[in-house]
Design a protein around this ligand. Sequence first.
Ligand SMILES: NC(=O)C1=CN([C@@H]2O[C@H](COP(=O)(O)OP(=O)(O)OC[C@H]3O[C@@H](n4cnc5c(N)ncnc54)[C@H](OP(=O)(O)O)[C@@H]3O)[C@@H](O)[C@H]2O)[C@@H](O)CC1
Ligand SMILES: Nc1ncnc2c1ncn2[C@@H]1O[C@H](COP(=O)(O)OP(=O)(O)O)[C@@H](O)[C@H]1O
Ligand SMILES: [K+]
Length: 478
Amino acid sequence: MMPIDGQPVLTAAQMRAAEERAIAAGASVESLMQRAGEGVAAAVRRLAAGAEVLVLCGPGNNGGDGYVAAATLARAGHPVRVAALGEPKTAAAQAARAQWTGPVESFPAGLPEDAAHAPVVVDAVFGTGLSRPLEGDVGRAMQALASFARLSIAVDLPSGLDTDTGAELGGPLSTAEHDLTLALGALKPAHVLQPGAKQCGAVRLLDLGLGLDRISAPRTDVSAVETIARPRIARPEPWSHKFSRGMVTVVSGPMHGASELAALAAYRAGAGYVQLLTGGLPQRPHAIVRRRWSADALDDKRIGAAVIGPGLGRDDRAREKLEVALASDRPLVIDGDALHLLDLARLRERKAATVLTPHAGEFAALFGEGEGSKIAHAQAAARESGAVVVFKGPDTVVAQPDGLADVSTGASSWLSVAGTGDVLAGTIATMLAQRPHAPREAASAGVWLHAAAARRLAGCFIADDLANALPGALGECL
Ligand SMILES: NC(=O)C1=CN([C@@H]2O[C@H](COP(=O)(O)OP(=O)(O)OC[C@H]3O[C@@H](n4cnc5c(N)ncnc54)[C@H](OP(=O)(O)O)[C@@H]3O)[C@@H](O)[C@H]2O)[C@@H](O)CC1
Ligand SMILES: Nc1ncnc2c1ncn2[C@@H]1O[C@H](COP(=O)(O)OP(=O)(O)O)[C@@H](O)[C@H]1O
Ligand SMILES: [K+]
């Protein structure tokens, strides 16, 4: 079982292609299924600690994995039952079924309520092949079994999810929520995008030897999408000075607090010099250099990145400031109000790096609703705008115009509080000032630090606390 950061994310079609490549290279579906099922059995056995396991098997290869897992557990002397939704349909699943010599109960109808329950439930009903909503009582029965069980584990994916979008095919609350999902061979979008990610519980990867790791396969060869890994951040060199550490300028507006938060976060994320272009009164921290806005305020080559949008307002003065920022040759983070004033045609004229940080509402206003997954939406928006797009939320996606994209995993839902987006904008600006030629990497590093800072707070917090937790998160990256 492997952790899931820095791993490729493959669609169902990309997964099939990887499987076909492995088969062309001499593997067989049966050998891959054997490896998958044995991997599942090993994980289940360790976690079940001797408790009875009920394996629910579907008609396809996901069910095949389940039969192999059940047979492997039984051979090891572990108490295990099997219940199936129909007979296996594929040759590989039929061969796997033949390994299981015990009785097969029928699922869901044949399981009387009490007999059905087991302390450990394994969902091997549907995986990447599910193309339509779960029929009849399957979803409801699975929910009942999973919620009764002390431990419920999904094989590859919780049954009922759309692999490529993470949506519940039968609509909200139609699938069971598991404690653990064992992703087979590679992560799929449903493991990282909501609501699928929540239904998965913890996600761990089981390697099937498909050669999908980044050492065997360069990123674009198998998938353009990867989960965000902990960034490496360099300590200041002995010869570093405040400007070489990264200078961030935050453009303020009538709502001072938002830009103050962005400026504070920029410092806490490691910038050497942060200035706030504000008409507000001096306040803490005194380290923030406050200057009045002027039309040439961004004509300073030392500025590594500027932030515009938090608390900017949407009046003519805000428009004027945004136009100056767009015309400047400094790398730019565009957030909040500025996203509502933004003209995409004007943005495409910019040569310097630009990072847009919309939440779902800002994203829809700028780019429309779009088709497909959140990853596909972010990729299309990056292509359309020519900028790096950070599509925020519980499953933040960072995409660059050529299609490469990163997805955040494990963001704390306590981030759903005012001002945390301003903290993210400031954090990304510092990363961008330090990596002006790698805006996607900078944005993803900022998203990682932001999520790590929230994890360190472990509970309810306000945006100021989050900014102040950034140095600890940074310490995890040195
Ligand atoms: N990739 C790899 O390298 C490896 C992949 N492996 C495993 O294979 C899994 C993918 O297997 P899969 O393609 O057979 O699909 P799966 O998810 O079992 O379901 C398809 C079956 O369900 C049926 N069906 C669909 N919807 C239905 C509904 N609502 N209600 C009822 N039935 C429905 C559908 O019927 P049909 O649509 O054809 O009528 C078909 O029979 C993958 O997740 C992983 O676990 C490993 O074994 C080894 C290596
Ligand atoms: N439920 C959630 N789970 C995880 N992260 C969240 C959640 N809600 C919001 N966030 C994160 O918190 C930040 C909120 O940003 P934003 O919506 O712009 O808020 P604000 O404008 O108040 O600063 C984003 O980074 C977003 O990804
Ligand atoms: K499953």
